[in-house]
Design a protein around this ligand. Structure first.
Ligand code: GUN
Length: 296
């Protein structure tokens, strides 16, 4: 992509992965440590299978050790907890990722809390969430972390800027807001969600809009001000009979409608998605390096 308006997540993520590759070689050579990442996938969710597959491929590319445990849909909480414990104890594993969502009969919070927070490379454990909020060292959730890297590497200054985050999930919206509140980013953050009245009144005043609500083409051109920066976290399947699969992926932003007005925008696919994987690798590398909790 050669258009300076487009924030090319595919390109930026490949640059980050190259940097990680160099550090992995160094870690292997100097300390004899290979970063190790364990994936746990429960059930048959097709999107989850695709995500775990892509993450496993990234491990291979970057010289990480990785292992994937695939468990059936009817796996009990106890069996899953035992599997997590095994990885908690395994010295070759520096990161554990339980792919979400989990089947309904499993208590997600109980599972996340069972992961040793020092191996919680997703940054979902309450210890890491609390540390993010209070400013202590922690794993930063991969998608928000990827978005701050996209902004930084595209020379978008966040200091004093009005940032509107649309969506309040534990995976994106909430950690995104807390990350941008940190001194390091210094933004003024507003979080909008499904019960917000008149979202447009907020987005019209935003310098940066981060949309993570899971609603195809929600953000329109008449909802934004000139020269704003738009980050689209959406990944929606919409029916498209011209495609072999019968669907195409589209974001939460009406890209065509917003393109002329904004100063920068991320495409879908090829924007935020590849960054999430790159930052997962970065978190795992840092865990293997012993960098994250070395001030405990
Ligand atoms: N499901 C959707 N996104 C994520 C993620 O970043 N991590 C995990 N573990 N599950 C997810």
């Amino acid at each position: 992509m050669n258009d300076s308006k487009i924030i090319d997540g595919k390109l930026i993520s490949s640059q980050i992965k190259e940097e990680i590759k160099v550090d992995v070689e160094k870690l292997k050579h100097e300390k004899g440590i290979t970063p190790g990442l364990a994936f746990i996938l429960v059930g048959e969710d097709p999107a989850s299978k695709v995500y775990v597959n892509s993450k496993g491929k990234a491990c291979e590319q970057l010289g990480f050790y990785s292992i994937t445990k695939t468990l059936p849909e009817d796996t009990t909480e106890d069996i899953l907890l035992k599997q997590i414990d095994e990885f908690n104890e395994d010295k070759n594993i520096h990161g554990i990722l339980v792919q979400l969502p989990l089947p309904k009969h499993i208590n997600e919070l109980k599972i996340i809390e069972a992961i040793n927070f020092k191996k919680d490379v997703d940054g979902f454990h309450p210890q890491n969430v609390g540390r993010l909020v209070t400013g202590a060292k922690s794993f930063t959730p991969c998608t928000p972390y990827g978005i701050t890297e996209l902004l930084k590497r595209s020379n978008v200054d966040t200091t004093g800027k009005n940032v509107v985050v649309i969506g309040r999930s534990n995976i994106v919206g909430k950690p995104m807001a807390n990350l941008l509140l940190k001194k390091k980013f210094n933004s003024t953050v507003t979080v909008c969600h499904s019960a917000t009245k008149d979202i447009k009144s907020y987005t019209l005043n935003a310098d940066i809009i981060i949309v993570a609500m899971g609603k195809a083409n929600f953000l329109k051109g008449d909802m934004i001000q000139d020269s704003c920066v738009i980050i689209d976290v959406g990944m929606n399947r919409v029916e498209d009979n011209t495609k072999k699969t019968g669907y195409r992926l589209t974001g939460d932003v009406d890209y065509e409608d917003c393109y002329d007005k904004c100063s920068k925008i991320t495409p879908v696919p090829g924007g935020v998605g590849p960054m999430t994987i790159a930052m997962l690798m970065k978190n795992t590398l840092e865990s293997a390096q012993g960098n994250v909790f070395n001030d405990d």
